[in-house]
Design a protein around this ligand. Structure first.
Ligand code: ADP
Ligand code: ADP
Length: 236
């Protein structure tokens, strides 16, 4: 269970997230929707502590995420894998190397910088790519792939972290409809097969309705809708 208890985030005079309280049970696929500037990104980024909250608490399984420091914080960040709108892959590296970088925490930075990923780590990365239908591209240079393919590689990288939560910040906003479908299908099947909690920020209600169990609507930093996807009508 992931719990937000009256969480607020201010940037100077801007209140990006305003007193949010909610609980997300393990295994749920949640779509967060709302206009640009509504606070969706900030909400997600406080979970893995890319942003620190100004007040309130975030807990995971009762543990206070907002209080983690040092190696506990590094471990937690590894446990929440994040997928970004712009993929955040290293374009000049091979696909499999990008995926293995998701194992940095398990593997250690020094050996990975020396290129000493073991055959086992490599096989692990290829298996993750295979789940995303991308194993055939393992040896390609990443920036030769289409956006949809790169996003699948980014999801493979997130998977090899063996995360407890998967966060996706506008994962399909840069993709054409066909690639968007492939990427959302991939996130949904990971959610269903692995029972992994997936929280994704989405621009369109239709996508959230098609893929998510639950929709959280945000406006001006506040939650203005929270319910099962099927309960949401076009008028909301
Ligand atoms: P969304 O993801 O819904 O577009 P954001 O969480 O990115 O919304 O932003 C919410 C509000 O917080 C916006 O007004 C945005 O400009 C502001 N904001 C976000 N990040 C920062 C930042 N690092 N510094 C200052 N203001 C920020
Ligand atoms: P989004 O696509 O989620 O709305 P933005 O384009 O608003 O993202 O923000 C991109 C980056 O800039 C984020 O890291 C965000 O924290 C930061 N940011 C957003 N608004 C501001 C702002 N007003 N001042 C400084 N940084 C900001």
């Amino acid at each position: 269970m992931l719990d937000f208890e009256n969480v607020t985030k201010r940037f100077g005079t801007t209140t990006a997230v305003d007193g949010v309280t909610l609980s997300i049970p393990q295994g749920q696929m949640v779509g967060v929707i709302g206009r640009s500037g509504a606070g969706k990104s900030t909400l997600l980024r406080m979970i893995n502590r890319l942003n620190d909250s100004s007040s309130g608490k975030i807990l995971f399984g009762g543990r206070e995420i907002t209080a983690l420091k040092g190696s506990d914080l590094r471990r937690w960040r590894n446990e929440c894998a994040m997928v970004f709108q712009q993929f955040n892959l290293v374009g000049r590296l091979q696909v499999v190397t990008n995926v293995m970088s998701g194992r940095l925490f398990q593997h250690g930075f020094a050996s990975s910088m020396l290129g000493l990923f073991s055959a086992r780590e490599r096989a692990f990365a290829i298996r993750a790519l295979d789940r995303l239908g991308m194993a055939h591209a393992a040896l390609q240079q990443t920036d030769t792939l289409s956006g949809g393919q790169q996003q699948r590689v980014a999801i493979a990288r997130a998977l090899v972290q063996e995360p407890k939560i998967m966060l996706a910040d506008e994962p399909i906003a840069s993709l054409d409809p066909l690639n968007a479908k492939v990427v959302m299908d991939a996130l949904r099947s990971i959610n269903q097969e692995d029972g992994l909690t997936v929280i994704c920020n989405l621009h369109t209600l239709d996508t959230a309705r098609a893929y998510c169990d639950r929709i959280i609507g945000m406006q001006d930093g506040r939650v203005v809708f929270d319910g099962p996807a099927r309960a949401l009508t076009d008028s909301v």
